[in-house]
Structure formats: C-alpha cells, structure tokens
Design a protein around this ligand. Sequence first.
Ligand code: S3P
Length: 159
Amino acid sequence: MNDRRIVLVGFMGCGKTSVAEALAHHLGCEMVDLDSFIIKREGRSPAEIIEQDGESAFRDLESLALRDVLQARSVRIVALGGGTWTIHCLSIWLDAPFEVCWDHISEHREANRPLAPDRDTAEIRYRSRRADYALADERIVANPGESSEIIAKKILAQT
Ligand code: S3P
C-alpha cells in the first residue's frame, strides 16, 4: 500500500465513510470525509447546496474542497462524495451491488441525497457511473451483509 494517499470512491450508500473510518483505525492515520469537510467549511450540507444552488455549484465547491484536503499532508485517507479522484491517490472502488446501496440510501433518509430521490433514478445513476468507478486502481467487492470491518480487512489484504 506504501505511503500513497488512499481515496475511497463508489456509489452513494456503498459504505465509503464507515470503511474509511475502519481503515484509518487499522492504519492509525488521519481520515477526512469530503462531505463532512464541506459541511464544516460551508455551513451547509451537500444536499442543501445542491437543492439551493444546483449541482454545478456543488461540484465547484467539492473540487476546491478536494484540492485543499489533498494538500493537507497529514490526511492519509479520504472518503469522497461519490465524485472524482486524482492520479496521486491509490483509488479504491467499493463495488457494492445496487441493492446494498439502495437499502442503505433508503434506511438513511436523514442523509438526504437529492441525486438519489427514488429507486429508479438512483439505479440509472448507479449504472451510468460504473465505467468511471472501474477506472479506480483497485476494486473491492462489498457483498451484502459484510461489515465495514470485514471490507477494511479485504482492502488491507488486497492492496
Ligand atoms: C453525491 C453523493 C453524496 C454527496 C452529494 C452528491 C453523488 O455523498 O456528495 O449528494 O453525486 O454521488 P455520498 O456518496 O456520501 O452519499
């Protein structure tokens, strides 16, 4: 795994934040969840920004936030908000079946995901993004019922 930055990518609800926390715990290093970083900085959640100012305004803020997080050398693990990643990172795609993501999205309505308002819209978006996620350096399959702990261990074994 050497000392490259680790960036977790994958669809909404696949478990990026909790797996990043489990990994950071194992490696004893600092992690940042990009959505939480944006909330702290902007005082509004990604959902509020998308709903009030539109998706493209959110993407601008997201890209500035990503740049700043990647510049902080102390941060080793970054959980992205379903967005993008850079060549300076070891990117890991958490490939969870759509059912797993949808169960998570619908169980956590409080997370408010305007880009996944209903099952059909979410599934279309999920399918259209797979080719991009597949560009990640590593693909880790997140099977139904697997805990974040198990998935973090698979990452440690595979990278
Ligand atoms: C988005 C995912 C969300 C959040 C925003 C946009 C996306 O984060 O960044 O609503 O485009 O996939 P999660 O992946 O943590 O839900």
